[in-house]
Design a protein around this ligand. Structure first.
Ligand code: GAF
Length: 380
């Protein structure tokens, strides 16, 4: 148990234990940094942190995912954006962002365990950020609201770690509720919790981890983000969210390069798909969202161009074997896909995926059924 390992490492009982989940995004991809809509839900896989305060300005960090035995020791006063590398940059970035926002953090000892697959596009890094932010907020009595924690995590990631990501994943980990997807407007972080009980409809959502690793501090993600911002500027709007779906053709006609047109088309149609999926779920008709998921994949593959052969193979194979819909999920360039399947077809789809990956010479995918779990919380 996380608290026991903490005790062995540091020689005393932790003051508390917290958990924050990874997420899967049902739909709404690359819309969050365009002030748009997203619809993620929390996985039941979490990162757990046992933690205690210190008063000497030292941060000690240890993870059971790391082979090396000793905790990493950092001085809070030495933390600088870009100055910490590897996994410790995420928790260190949280401590830095809290202090930079004026909160009094005097040091902490932390130990982490995680069941969120790392580098699988399921927000393992955001679970690490959010669990750290919640633990420090509680330990130092900061009482920060969940949306503030999410904003703070985003700042740590953008400025301290140097990955130009949006706000979806941190908000999902911090704010999701069990049994629901989170319909989030990333412009003002307003939220609606949408009931999502696929099993009650005889359905399953499979997550297919292609095991192709990705890293959003590398070029592709930032290029797309910049391209969207330039297109918004060219169209004279604050963000692409401001282009209404029924004015898309008009906006496209005003852009003179094909790359901008593709980016804009994806973002505007994807926002529309999120709203349609929400409407269908709220109408109690989850089966009918399948084609919208598949259309989202085509848009990410052909217009936004963030898919990869393994993700395309996962989607095509799932659809060929009878999935109601399938798409890549998360930022892309690797990571995971999702497939909405009838309960009785789940095994057949999984077997077909494993066989197709083997035939194509890829590593076997890791496949599991995702159900909406709770957002970040204190365990003890
Ligand atoms: C990654 C990012 F972290 C999110 O902010 C989001 O942009 C996503 O890619 C794409 O929808 O997960």
């Amino acid at each position: 148990m996380t608290a026991d390992v903490f005790q062995q490492l540091y020689g005393f009982t932790p003051e508390g234990v917290w958990a924050a989940p990874g997420r899967v995004n049902l739909i709404g991809e690359h819309t969050d940094y365009n002030d748009g809509f997203v619809l993620p839900f929390a996985l039941t896989r979490t990162t757990v942190a046992a933690a205690s305060r210190r008063d000497d300005g030292v941060l000690r960090l240890h993870s059971s995912a790391e082979a090396s035995g000793a905790p990493v020791e950092l001085r809070l006063d030495d933390l600088r954006p870009g100055g910490t590398h590897g996994w410790t940059a995420y928790p260190a970035g949280i401590a830095w962002a809290l202090r930079d926002a004026g909160h009094r953090i005097t040091g902490a000892d932390l130990h982490y365990d995680s069941t969120v697959p790392i580098g699988a596009g399921l927000s393992s890094s955001h679970a690490l950020e959010v669990v750290t932010a919640l633990a420090l907020s509680d330990l130092f009595g900061l009482g920060l609201e969940r949306w503030r924690l999410a904003r703070l995590c985003q700042r740590a990631e953008n400025v301290f770690v140097g990955a130009p990501t949006g706000i979806m994943d941190q908000t999902a980990s911090a704010c999701c509720t069990e049994g629901h997807a989170l319909f989030l407007d990333t412009r003002d972080l307003s939220q609606r919790h949408i009931p999502l009980d696929l099993a009650a409809h005889g359905l399953r959502l499979l997550v297919i981890d292609t095991q192709v690793k990705h890293d959003h501090s590398e070029g592709g993600y930032g290029d797309r983000r910049r391209g969207c911002e330039e297109a918004a500027a060219a169209l004279g709007v604050e963000a692409l969210r401001d282009i209404a779906h029924d004015r898309l053709d008009e906006a496209l006609a005003r852009l003179d390069d094909e790359n901008s047109r593709r980016l804009v088309r994806h973002v505007v149609t994807e926002n529309h798909r999120v709203e349609q999926v929400v409407a269908r779920l709220e109408a109690g008709d989850p089966r009918s969202v399948g084609p919208l998921l598949t259309a989202g994949h085509a848009s990410l593959r052909d217009d936004f161009r963030v898919s990869c052969p393994e993700l395309d193979l996962a989607v095509a194979t799932a659809l060929d074997t009878g999935a109601l819909g399938a798409r890549m999920t998360g930022g892309g360039f690797g990571g995971s896909a999702i497939a909405l399947v009838e309960e009785e077809a789940a095994q057949k789809v999984s077997d077909a995926l494993t066989a197709a990956f083997r035939a194509a010479g890829h590593r076997p995918p890791r496949i599991f059924t995702a159900t909406p779990g709770p957002g970040a919380h204190r365990i003890s």
